[in-house]
Design a protein around this ligand. Structure first.
Ligand SMILES: Cc1cc2nc3c(=O)[nH]c(=O)nc-3n(C[C@H](O)[C@H](O)[C@H](O)COP(=O)(O)OP(=O)(O)OC[C@H]3O[C@@H](n4cnc5c(N)ncnc54)[C@H](O)[C@@H]3O)c2cc1C
Length: 453
């Protein structure tokens, strides 16, 4: 009899696991209570990047004069923008559904929960379904964290899920939180012409990121008129007519037309029946798992944001694939575990930011000798041709062996270019491998080989 594999939550982790397990011969059922493709498709990665992409077109239009064109105007069509974003999500939803259907995956639209370690219940519009499972995967993701001092109203006090776009384009947006999500929203709305104030709880935006990278972004924000309120923690939001006032713990406040909460997320682990199946949850509500993504109950797996590892869709997808293989018994000693330290990540600001592997500060903290080489985009012909020479490529390698250990990129195409460094880090390539690759000219990638020299 085929392995019965039941997956609760169809975000990147659940969809990848379903598709891969089906291709390996499992009998797969997926339970999804909202939209196939998950929060990633409906509220997070896809709509945010779709809106940023439209903002990038507007920025290009504004730079038209510098590109040898007569001055162009760009006007936002709010309804058109809304339709475009919904259209991209819908396209992806349809292709996920088509793929799973073609693979014979059963999809149940409703809420799923464990009834016992080997039983899952799906409550759908047409009734309650009880499913027997040899293996279960929990991939229910996370949702925006809403502190008790904030009352999002979808009008002027917003969560990220209410911002694609909000009912009206903010005249002045106060963004609370300067992590990856916060800075992406700062960039998104300033590119649409909103005034933006960013509340930064520490002294640097992007806490934990390379200081030079964060400084480059801060400089760009300041140059484009973004106001940074540093060392301030928001602790209240008041609505005053058509305005919002965000109060901070140091007595300062920020007044704007809208406020946007970007202060992290909480896992969707309630109502999953974890207790009845004996699945442990940590203090933050995440479900801890081992390197095979197994919870403390061996046949119950956890993937995506719920696992409390790196909250990235790319990581969720990789976990889903590993889980499918483990469920289907493909776990030999040679089978590589996911190395979260080597996950590439990007921040879709302008300039774009991406990094992978060892960070300079971490190498310093552990006393590891490294070779750091840095090349500015200003010396890259393609960046000059494209009219945007902001940023740099920084490469970290082992001084003795030349093996590439990590890197950061700030500038055009960073999210794409980081793949080359990610591949080098994963495959233990040397800087000489990059230098000796015959690259295209003129291309942004030449900055990588320059940094590798
Ligand atoms: C604004 C924003 C932008 C982001 N941009 C990026 C990006 O550019 N790149 C990137 O890699 N990551 C990005 N992320 C992170 C990324 O969205 C998450 O890491 C990713 O979505 C996690 O995937 P997941 O598989 O855990 O499932 P999710 O995408 O979180 O989906 C979980 C699904 O489970 C369903 N579900 C929950 N409970 C139940 C239940 N009981 N029964 C049935 N279904 C249930 C939900 O309806 C949902 O569809 C972003 C996050 C945010 C907030």
């Amino acid at each position: 009899m085929a392995t019965r594999f039941v997956i609760i939550g169809a975000g990147p982790a659940g969809v990848e696991a379903a598709s891969h397990a089906a291709s390996l011969g499992a009998e797969v059922t997926v339970i999804e209570r909202a939209v196939m493709g998950g929060a990633a498709n409906l509220w997070d990665c896809i709509p945010s990047k779709a809106m940023i992409a439209t903002g990038a077109v507007l920025s290009l239009v504004r730079r038209s004069e510098g590109m040898g064109l007569a001055r162009l105007q760009g006007t936002v069509d709010l309804e058109g923008l809304r339709r475009r974003i919904a259209g991209v999500s819908e396209h992806l939803r349809t292709s996920v559904c088509g793929l799973l259907e073609s693979q014979g995956v059963r999809v149940l639209h409703g809420a799923g929960r464990l009834k016992s370690p080997h039983q899952v219940v799906a409550e759908t519009a047409d009734g309650v379904h009880e499913l027997q499972a040899d293996a279960v995967m929990l991939s229910t993701g996370s949702r925006p964290r809403i502190p008790e001092w904030a009352k999002p109203d979808g009008d002027r006090v917003l969560t990220t899920r209410q911002a694609y776009p909000p009912p009206e384009m903010p005249g002045h947006l106060v963004v609370i939180g300067s992590g990856v999500t916060g800075v992406e929203f700062v960039h998104m709305f300033r590119s649409f012409g909103s005034k933006v104030t960013l509340i930064v709880s520490r002294q640097q935006v992007l806490p934990g990121k390379d200081a030079e990278v964060a400084a480059a972004l801060e400089e760009d924000f300041l140059n484009s008129g973004v106001r940074l309120l540093k060392g301030a923690r928001a602790e209240g939001i008041d609505r005053e007519g058509d305005e919002v006032v965000v109060r901070c713990d140091d007595g300062r406040s920020a007044r704007g037309s809208h406020a946007l909460l970007c202060i992290g997320s909480v896992p969707n682990s309630e109502s999953l029946g974890l207790e009845v199946a004996g699945v442990e949850v940590d203090q933050g509500g995440f479900v801890p798992c081992n390197h095979h993504c197994q919870s403390n109950v061996g046949h119950i797996y956890v993937g995506g944001d719920l696992s409390g590892k790196l909250p990235l869709a790319s990581v969720a997808t990789a976990q889903g694939r590993k889980i499918a293989e483990h469920v289907m018994g493909m776990h030999t000693r040679q089978h590589r575990h996911l190395d979260y330290e080597k996950a590439a990540s990007a921040i879709f600001t302008e300039p774009e930011i991406a990094d992978v592997g060892l960070a300079e500060a971490d190498a310093f903290a552990i006393g590891r000798k490294i070779r750091v080489t840095k090349v500015p985009y200003a010396s890259n012909p393609r960046a000059l041709i494209d009219g945007d020479p902001r940023g740099f490529v920084k490469l970290l390698s082992d001084p003795a062996t030349g093996v590439v250990l990590g890197g950061s990129i700030v500038g055009r195409g960073a999210a794409e270019l980081i793949s080359v460094i990610a591949l080098a880090v994963t495959a233990h390539l040397k800087v000489s491998d990059i230098v000796e690759s015959l690259l295209v000219h003129p291309a942004l990638a030449e900055a990588l080989s320059d940094a590798a020299e």
